[in-house]
Design a protein around this ligand. Sequence first.
Ligand code: C5P
Length: 231
Amino acid sequence: SSTVAVILVAAGSGTRLGHAEPKAFVPLGESTILGVALDAVLGMHETPHVVVVAPADRVAEVQVRFAEVAAAASAPFDVVPGGASRQDSVEAGLAVLPRLVDTVLVHDAARPLTPSLVFDEVAAAVRSRGHGIVPGLPVVDTIKRIEGGHVVSTVDRSVLAAVQTPQGFPREDLDDAFASADPTFEYTDDAAIAAAAGFTVDLVPGDARGFKITVPEDLRRAEQHLGVAPH
Ligand code: C5P
């Protein structure tokens, strides 16, 4: 029994990756994007309760393929079908968490190289500060505001952060935030849902390896990081 849970969202189609398979099922090294991400989750110091949110037609396959690796790490393991939006998928994961879970981390399977230490640090910060935590990095590019194809101004990047996952929250806060979220608004991360509900969210340092695999070039970068031959 674990009091920290990780909801690993893997139900996206990943059309920008240009693969026939949904993104999480694309080969990476000797495994898949999802398999590598799951290894990072299971590498946490504190054994988490893991919920993989998968495309509806891949739920059984994920259960068969990864139940053993989760059991070997003594991690309680559930697989549930996702929804049309990322928000729906996170909500599906939240719905199956056992009562004793008090801290929830939500992680994109599409960020498979995020070090286990980042999960540990986010969980520890949620517990010590009692509110939401997101890992993020400084913005290195110069960011412009654009109107009608014209550059109208430069945004002060010193007040910006490029945020990643895992994003962690006290379980009660995340449940409340999702219950009060606007179903028609497209939130791009869980921190936006928590903030919209009035909860405080803090930034902690992210890690360059937490980049999201979106386009084919990102997959090459992940293969290079792992030191494996490209598929
Ligand atoms: O599409 P994008 O890369 O931004 O998705 C981020 C993460 O959210 C991915 O891991 C993806 O599998 C997940 N997702 C999901 N359900 C959706 C859409 C995205 O689980 N409906």
